[in-house]
Ligand binder design. Structure first.
Ligand code: ZN
Ligand code: ZN
Length: 270
């Protein structure tokens, strides 16, 4: 395997290994973490398949043009979901997998080019991630609507699915980053700014934590009623934000009960 594909596989494997390790710790909900581990491995293999296609003849970054060449690896993610996903997802994945090839690719194209207000459907998102992440990894520009400076992913234009804080050498306090659940990109952002509507008034940006999982936090916005989950990496440098947040799904339920909508669902689909 080419070194570039090995590095990409390793990124997915690190996430899977973290999810497996957390699934064994007592205060975690096991099922979402085990599911995440399996999904990351399936996505990693699919991403390596996408890179292989890219190595034979460069992919364009336009799903419309690339779809026939990446359909086989992407379908393998759907197969994983239909065999090992949560029950509700298994049925939906089987139905999706049984659809004719042109409908399969039409759905993916809609999810890929969907407008900014379109909320990703979980299946399309899970299936498209290996394509998106492999393209970013290979330096291919993604043909998706992007709005620089909007709080959305600078590489693919998706809303962030996670936020995290990390100690930076030489700076006071932790710096804030956002993470993309579609292409795996992480980017720095202002400490006080809603990534959905751009609100910067701190009195309109409340945050909540629970004693059970002190590293996790809900960062909400009173203006647009969206929230992102945040993970504090200064408490545990081994944490992988989109994996570690799966330990505190109770916080999501708490926020949803209060009328907030998660800006972009995480791996638990919340
Ligand atoms: Zn992205
Ligand atoms: Zn907002």
């Amino acid at each position: 395997m080419a070194p570039v594909a090995e590095r990409l596989l390793e990124r997915f494997e690190q996430r899977a290994a973290r999810a497996e390790a957390l699934a064994e710790s007592p205060s975690s909900g096991r099922e979402p973490l085990r599911f995440a581990a399996g999904l990351f491995r399936a996505q990693g293999r699919a991403a390596a398949g996408v890179l292989q296609a890219h190595g034979q003849d460069a992919l364009s970054g336009s799903l419309e043009r690339d779809v026939l060449r990446v359909e086989a690896p992407l379908r393998s993610v759907l197969r994983f979901l239909s065999e090992s996903g949560p029950v509700a997802l298994r049925e939906a994945s089987r139905a999706r997998g049984a659809e004719a090839a042109d409908l399969f690719s039409a759905r993916l194209r809609t999810a890929w080019t969907g407008g900014p207000e379109e909320r990703q459907d979980f299946l399309s998102h899970a299936v498209l991630r290996p394509y998106a992440e492999a393209l970013v990894h290979a330096g291919v520009e993604l043909d998706r609507p992007r709005e620089p400076g909007s709080g959305r992913c600078p590489m693919c234009g998706a809303p962030p699915s996670i936020s995290f804080r990390r100690e930076m050498p030489g700076s006071d306090g932790a710096a804030r980053f956002l993470g993309c659940g579609l292409c795996g990109t992480e980017w720095p952002t202002n400490r006080i700014r809603c990534p959905s509507c751009g609100e910067t008034d701190p009195t309109r940006l409340p945050g909540w934590q629970s004693e059970t999982h002190p590293a996790a936090r809900v960062e909400a916005c009173e203006t647009c009623h969206r929230y992102v989950k945040s993970v504090d990496l200064s408490l545990d440098a081994r944490a992988v934000p989109e994996v570690d947040e799966l330990r505190s799904l109770a916080l999501d339920l708490w926020a949803i009960e209060r009328g907030y909508v998660r800006l972009e669902p995480g791996l638990a689909g919340l």
